[in-house]
Write a protein that binds this ligand. Sequence first.
Ligand code: PHE
Length: 353
Amino acid sequence: MLQQVERVREEALAELKQVRDTAGLEAWRVRYLGRKSTLMQAFSRIKEVPSEERPAVGRRINEIRDELTQAYEAKREALQREALQQELAKRLDVTLPGRPFSPGRVHPSTRTIRRILQIFSEMGFQVFRSREVELDEYNFQLLNIPPHHPARDMQDTFYVDTGSEGDTYPVVLRTHTSPGQIHAMRFYASLNPDNPPPIRVVLPGMCFRYEQITARSEIQFTQIEGLVVGRHVRFSDLKGTLSDWARRMFGPRVRTRFRASHFPFTEPSAEMDVECFLCGGEGCSVCKYTGWLEILGCGMVHPTVLRNGGYDPEKYTGFAFGMGPERITMLLHHIQDIRYFWANDLRFLQQFE
Ligand code: PHE
């Protein structure tokens, strides 16, 4: 019997060397270490051995079983290691070309806003942030916009349903950045109510209007508001500041012109045009053959608005302006349709560095 198990041992070890995969290994285990294997059967047949030889034979069978079990474990680990290495080799090929990394990019409106703010900061303005969800009071009333002004119409304003009773909606999505004028003035006035400090701020942000979406108007758009308040601030300061800004923005030789206009919160009010930087004033499709591009609304802060902001209109004057970065971006890049800005079409967005 001993000879028989010794032969089985040799055969098993030789065969184990030939095993190449886990299925083969399992078959090997069943054959040599399974319950019906010659080796395991030998345990029950041990009583056939003469009793004086039994201990030695038993020990030897035990040894062989342990040896085969160990060999089996070693083979199993070797196969696992091999499989892992093959898997890694499949996954990692250092000769493959690298995948291009896409870091994303700044939205074209944001680019324009940053450039505009950069220029104003060089001119001594600070950025003042103001909320997008506003009280009707700030968006309209404090800006001298009377209750029946067309801008308040349901057609133009998103009213926020706060669940309050009645048909008055005190909360709106701001329709322009001008309510920030009141916030800025009240903030600076609060620093020293008896002698409020001068103000020089720009206020960028998103605005919303309930409008038919067309190539020229969107329900959301950004604006940049500007506000300067101080003693002896005059209309010539407004003209000088904005003309200087336009030259830094569009080129050192660009000319500007101011046309009379109307806003409830400024008096007098104006609109500023810049000479068309695409045709140099010759006339082209972008400036509709006028040679001029309308860039912003502006004016001297209305005395009522100054008072609402905590500044005594007898002692202080100021000017304000508001411009649309999308419109300016459209002019700069010859973009024909404002809807591209919020459509999230990568083919559009990827054209801007
Ligand atoms: N708020 C005005 C608009 O949305 C622009 C403006 C701002 C005009 C400040 C004058 C002064 O059209």
